[in-house]
Design a binder for this molecule. Structure first.
Ligand code: FAD
Length: 284
């Protein structure tokens, strides 16, 4: 697995056992913030929209995209235009005074008729994206570039396991919502505090285990550790599984190692994705 903060910022290289479905038609979409809504102390939802969303190919699941937003002090948003990965070179050729920031985010919900999509940001207090989202309001320019999906439930799986900390909560919840009723699913969702347990409507085939760090009997507050420890000691069902692990890099790589070595889950049944790395800023 490579990390999105590494040299190649493409999520293509993010998971070896991926089932990536790339969009067939990708272009830079120029949108704007429609509304901001604080979901909890550590989650903020921005609804973004605009006519360009007519060109957006919604796939659901953990659909991810590049989010472009202005740096502090920039007026307006300059975006690269290349429709393929040429945009990365184009971005770095821009002078830093006009170059936008770019980060990876997940489509939490999409409403085609209204030409709107929701993005749920973790308010982690230390990063350009989190800071920008907190200050964003209606009319602020934003851009997106669709990257497709990394995960679909494995064909023939008897059960599904989804494990995430807060940065991958939007992906894990979107997957859980779209999972067919025939696939029993357990979702372990670590969040900073008990007040970050979000109201969710999921089918009876989805068993959600919220793991708030603030009430956990552990001194380790590093995001992802609680989920890693909890799932490491869980009893997993028999039969073929379909596993999605995402969040801080240590959770993704550490839990995959434990599931393969101690729980005998075949590597090809696990999609794992380090969304960010503790102490390292994303590129761009
Ligand atoms: C495919 C994909 C989908 C993603 N979807 C979402 C999503 O829907 N919502 C979401 O909130 N995030 C999501 N992320 C994670 C997000 O891209 C990173 O958290 C990103 O680093 C945030 O950028 P930033 O500018 O706020 O912080 P950065 O400049 O990247 O980092 C600044 C500092 O903050 C730390 N940091 C970064 N993220 C976190 C965090 N979540 N908690 C605590 N410390 C952090 C870094 O280690 C660094 O020390 C996704 C990542 C990927 C790869």
């Amino acid at each position: 697995m490579s990390h999105p903060t590494g040299k190649d910022p493409s999520p293509r290289s993010a998971a070896k056992t991926k089932t990536r479905v790339a969009p067939t038609h990708r272009c830079m979409l120029r949108l704007e913030v429609i509304a901001a809504h604080r979901l909890s102390e550590h989650f903020l939802r921005l609804t973004i929209g605009g006519d360009d969303l007519a060109d957006f190919e919604y796939q659901g699941w953990d659909q991810l995209f590049r989010l472009f937003f202005p740096r502090p002090g920039q007026t307006g948003l300059r975006m690269p235009s290349a429709a393929n990965n040429g945009w990365i070179a184009q971005l770095y050729l821009m002078p830093v005074t006009t170059r936008p920031h770019v980060r990876n985010y997940t489509v939490r919900a999409f409403r085609a008729a209204q030409r709107e999509l929701d993005v749920d940001f973790v308010v982690h207090g230390d990063g350009p994206a989190a800071t920008w989202a907190l200050a964003a309001g209606p009319g602020d320019p934003v851009g997106i570039f669709d990257e497709g999906t990394m995960y679909r439930p494995r064909q023939g799986a008897h059960w599904q396991l989804l494990v995430a900390e807060e940065s991958a909560a939007p992906a894990a919840l979107a997957i859980a919502e779209q999972t067919p009723a025939s696939l029993p699913t357990t979702l372990y969702l670590e969040v900073p505090t008990a007040a970050d347990i979000l109201p969710v409507t999921l089918g009876p085939h989805v068993n959600v285990r919220w793991l708030p760090r603030d009430t956990a009997d552990t001194a380790d507050t590093m995001p992802g550790r609680l989920a890693l420890d909890t799932v490491s000691h869980a009893t997993l069902p028999a039969g073929h599984g379909s596993v999605f692990i995402a969040g801080e890099s240590g959770l993704a790589t550490g839990l995959r190692r434990i599931l393969t070595s101690q729980h005998n889950i075949p590597k090809q049944d696990i999609t794992f994705f380090g969304y960010w790395k503790h102490g390292r800023s994303s590129l761009g």
